[in-house]
Write a new protein. Structure first.
Length: 128
């Protein structure tokens, strides 16, 4: 029963991801990658370990953040995908991620760490 309570609390703490989007401006903003791993979430391409093997421009940077727990990366990607669509983008290239300590909460005689997970993406638009 305690394990179930801890899992439910972890899922609840994960909650909804927040996204901070910043537009990008720069010269020579036409890129072409060599490929990498790709996951499609809500019609948006998420690239890791490389970049798309086609021409694209960078239109912004998006930081997604959520409480660390089960499904946290998926929740961040879904929130970022929504923002990418709002900005007219087609995909995202993962730039890196981090976790930070958010405190400790007692749960049924156990102590549970409350951590936050953050992933940063370049928001891209395909041009070919």
């Amino acid at each position: 029963m305690k394990k179930l309570a801890v899992l439910l609390l972890a899922a609840a703490l994960a909650g909804c991801a927040t996204v901070n989007y910043q537009p990008y401006e720069g010269k020579n903003n036409l890129h072409e990658g060599q490929g990498g791993t790709k996951v499609v979430i809500d019609g948006v391409d998420f690239w890791a370990n490389g970049a798309p093997p086609r021409k694209y421009t960078i239109i912004g940077v998006a930081d997604g953040e959520i409480g660390e727990g089960m499904g946290d990366t998926q929740a961040i990607r879904q929130a970022v995908a929504s923002e990418i669509k709002k900005q007219g983008g087609h995909g995202a290239i993962e730039m890196g991620g981090s976790s930070s300590f958010g405190g400790i909460m007692p749960v049924g005689g156990l102590m549970m760490a409350l951590n936050n997970k953050k992933i940063r993406y370049q928001v891209i638009k395909y041009v070919d």
